[in-house]
Design a protein around this ligand. Structure first.
Ligand SMILES: [Zn+2]
Length: 167
């Protein structure tokens, strides 16, 4: 059997409907699967099966955007260490500016907190009013009786004891 216009139209229709060459051969009758394939090529219809696969790969593309969500932990670390530092600054109530009294002018109720190096001319005593019954003003009492750190550094009580020789 040859290819009449009717049979060619039927072939085109069945091919576009997605039938295989052997199915089309059965439908048409009188032709082999191979002759159907040959006719399809000659008609330029052979590209039918290819479009479906490439289109599917396009749909997979959007997925890689998901992993972005996994970033939350970083900012939390910053707050903790910063808060601890300022609390440790020593309890010094006093800045060591030169005192108002010298060995000569130091009176009974004046703070005897030594300031500077006793061997130097600019050595002075605090000279502010001392606390009731104590040798130092309020601020220097605070420093003198502060445990640990303060004594290690300025050693106020010890220094005062050695100063009695001068006084
Ligand atoms: Zn003082």
């Amino acid at each position: 059997m040859g290819w009449t216009d009717e049979r060619v139209e039927l072939l085109k229709k069945l091919w576009q409907d997605g039938l295989s060459a052997s199915q089309i051969a059965k439908q048409l009758g009188g032709v082999t699967r191979n002759s159907v394939i040959g006719k399809v090529h000659r008609l330029g219809l052979s590209g039918r099966a290819t479009p479906s696969k490439p289109q599917r790969t396009v749909f997979k593309a959007p997925r890689p955007t998901r992993p972005v969500t996994a970033k939350p932990s970083a900012p939390r670390r910053i707050a903790e260490p910063v808060a601890a530092a300022p609390a440790r600054t020593p309890l010094y109530c006093v800045d060591e500016s030169p005192g108002t009294a010298t060995i000569i002018t130091l009176g009974a109720h004046m703070c005897k907190w030594p300031i500077g190096d006793p061997s130097l001319d600019n050595f002075t005593f605090c000279g502010r009013r001392s606390e009731e019954g104590g040798p130092y003003c309020h601020e220097h009492s605070c420093v003198a009786y502060q445990p640990a750190q303060a004594k290690k550094k300025s050693s106020g009580a010890e220094l005062a004891r050695s100063l009695r020789r001068y006084i």
